[in-house]
Structures are given as structure tokens and as C-alpha cells.
Write a protein of this length. Sequence first.
Length: 68
Amino acid sequence: MVAASSEWRLGLRIVAGALALAAALRLTLPEKDAGMLAVRHRLVDVGVLVSFATAVLVLAATVPDQPS
């Protein structure tokens, strides 16, 4: 909803924050409580989530504004 209201950078920051939160939860929760966050080994899951969060933040910061 945020991205649809022309605040797409804020929407991407929210997505990146959710990915970072998922990484923190995967790192701290026990295996039985991790649910769908537990796909692979713990460090692989955390690494992938942090990488995606970083990539989304970098893209949101570096994509230039388009002229109207």
C-alpha cells in the first residue's frame, strides 16, 4: 500500500526491514519454532535474508528519480 501511494522508496525500506527482522528471528528462534523461516541451515538462511535486505536497501537508495 505504501509503494502504491508513490512512496516506493519507503515501501522498499519497509520490505528490507521485514527481511532483516526475519533474519534476526531465524538466528534467535529454536529450530522447532522457526517455522517457514527454517528452509536450510541456520547460517545459510540468515545470510540469504541479510543479503536480500541489503540488496533492497541499496537499490532503493541508488535508483534515480524518473522525470515526470
